[in-house]
Design a protein around this ligand. Sequence first.
Ligand code: ACO
Length: 321
Amino acid sequence: MKTRICGTGSALPKRKVTNDDLSKILDTSDEWIRSRTGICARHLAVEESLTSLAADAAKEALDEAKINPRELDLILAATLSADHLVPSLSCELQRELGAENAAAFDINAACSGFLFALQTADVYIKSGQYQKILVVGGEILSRLMDWNDRSTCVLFGDGAGAAVVLPDETSGILGSVQGSDGARGEALLCENRKNNNPYIANGTGLSYVSMNGQEVYKFAVRTVPKAILEAIKKAGLAIEEIDLFVLHQANIRIIESVSKRLKVPMEKFPTNLESCGNISAGSVPILLDHINKKGMLHKGDHIVLAGFGAGLTWGASVLTW
Ligand code: ACO
C-alpha cells in the first residue's frame, strides 16, 4: 500500500511586498536581495490569519481529491507560527472545515515541517490506522521577524499549502528519509515567548528569528543532496528517473548548488521563491500546488520533495504522481 497525494491547494495573503517596497523602510535594495537570494517579492498577512490561509488551501486540496471534510481521519499541520500556542493550527483548521471526525495535531520541524508531516501521514496510512489525511504546511513568519533586522526580514514570506493523501495500490510515496541535528540548532533560532515569571530575572520580552546565514547555507548545500540521493535509493530509482525536484524555497543559490552537486539541470527544479520568499513549512506544499495547477505534474512522474531548516532538520521523499 502506498500513500498518494490526491489533491493540493495553496493560499497566499493579498498584500504583496516587493524588494523596492522594503528598500523604503530598510537600508536594503532590490539588487542586494535579488542577487543573494533570488527573492523579488513576498506576500505578508495583514488581514489573514494562518487558520484562514490554511483553510483556503485545504478546501482546494479537498475539492481536487473529492473528499468531504467529514470523511477526514486526521489533520496534520506543520508550522512554527500558529495563530495560538494552543489550540494548535490543526485543531483550528478542523473547526474551520467542520472536519469533526478527524484527530488533529501540529508538527514543528520548521522548514522541513511539511516533509515530516507527510512522512507521518505515510506511516499512519501504511499501518492501516488512518485512510484519509489532510497535511498542511503554513506560516505567518512576518509575525516572528524583527523588522529592524534587514538580514532576516527580507528573506521570509507568509502563506499555506495543503495536500490530501489517500491509500493507493500503485502510485504514491516510494521512499523517505528524515534527520535532525539539534547540536547545531543555534544557527537558526526564535524564542518567541513572553515570560513574566517573577522567579526569573529579566524574564519578560520577546525575541525574533535570528540566523547565522552562512552556517545555514553550508548545512543546506551539504545535507540536502545527500538526503535526496538516499531517498532515491530507498525508492529503488536512479536519479535520471526523477522528473522534478520540489525543494524548500529558501534561496536560489542553495537550489543551484544542489542542482550542481546532483548534476541535474536547473530545469528540473521549479521555483516560486521569486514571488513568495521563504515560507518555511509552507514552501514545499505551496510550490507543489503551483506546479500542479500549471499542469507540470503527470500521472506516473517521479517527484522528489525535500525540506531543510531550523532544528536543524531535513527530510526528503520520492513519490510517483
Ligand atoms: N540589504 C543590504 N545589505 C544587507 C542585508 C540586506 N537585506 N542583509 C545583510 N546585509 C549586509 C550585511 O550587513 C553585511 O554587511 P557588512 O559586510 O558591511 O557587514 C553584508 O550585507 C553581507 O552580509 P552576510 O550576512 O555576510 O551576507 P551573505 O552574503 O552571507 O548573504 C544570506 C546572507 C542571503 C542570508 C546568505 O547567508 C544565505 O544565503 N544563507 C542561506 C540561509 C538562508 O537562505 N536562510 C533562509 C532561512 S533558513 C531556511 O529556510 C533553511
